[in-house]
Design a protein around this ligand. Structure first.
Ligand SMILES: Cc1cc2nc3c(=O)[nH]c(=O)nc-3n(C[C@H](O)[C@H](O)[C@H](O)COP(=O)(O)O)c2cc1C
Length: 201
């Protein structure tokens, strides 16, 4: 058995310098990124914004239908693909390689996904919530939850000076293979994140 390969993330900040209103008016979808890597503190902050635990009982930054927490979060960068463990705020490394090209191919070759220094993937595990809400409504609730978490990440990115775009066009099976998902887990959103590339410097 190989020892667990994990990366602990710095404690997330609860204060910031831009107002919610400034952040909302600044958010824009961006599809061209500079190569500059995202520091680990900002990676942790972005993941915390999406699914960070903020209260006892595992309650998070984003609402969850019935508090059943059907979402999972993955991140890919130049060095690794990792799973975000919300309860301990750390990354569990799944593959020590750059899978961003594979993610881009699975998303119908949207090439900006390969260029972004960080790609966040939000997935849903239907069986966690289908017992209470049924499969049809459960799937709808998971999509809503992913929307909440994604918007938190998009706004946190904007507040930190990064840009992103929510990506929903991808081949489910191909993406599941890249992320190593079981049959019960499906990708709901991809969020490539980085500093917006400027066309003139
Ligand atoms: C559910 C959903 C799926 C989307 N999928 C993609 C996508 O696959 N590729 C892409 O480039 N943009 C995608 N977008 C981003 C939209 O194109 C973008 O939000 C829209 O053009 C409005 O621009 P704005 O975000 O700058 O306001 C998606 C947006 C949503 C809400």
């Amino acid at each position: 058995m190989t020892p667990t390969d994990s990366i602990s993330l710095p404690v997330p900040r609860k204060t910031g310098s831009s107002s919610l209103e400034e952040t909302l008016s600044g958010r824009r979808s961006v599809r061209s990124f500079s190569k500059r890597p995202i520091p680990i503190a900002a990676v942790g902050q972005l993941l915390w914004a999406g699914q960070g635990v903020t209260a006892e009982g595992g309650r998070r930054t984003a609402p969850s239908a019935g508090g059943l927490f059907g979402l999972e979060t993955y991140v890919a960068c130049a060095e690794y693909l990792a799973h975000y463990l919300a309860s301990s705020h750390e990354l569990r490394v799944l593959r020590r390689e750059d899978v961003r090209g594979e993610l881009a191919r699975a998303a119908w070759s949207q090439s900006f996904i390969r260029q972004a220094p960080l790609v966040v993937a939000l997935t849903g595990v239907l069986k966690r919530i289908a017992g209470k809400y049924g499969e049809e409504r459960g799937a709808r609730y998971l999509a809503m939850e992913a929307g909440h978490a994604a918007q938190n990440i998009l706004l946190q990115a904007e507040a930190l000076g990064y840009a992103s775009v929510p990506v929903g066009a991808f081949d489910d099976a191909a993406l599941g293979e890249v992320l190593g998902l079981g049959v019960e887990e499906h990708t709901l959103y991809l969020l490539p994140i980085g500093i917006a590339a400027s066309s003139c410097r």
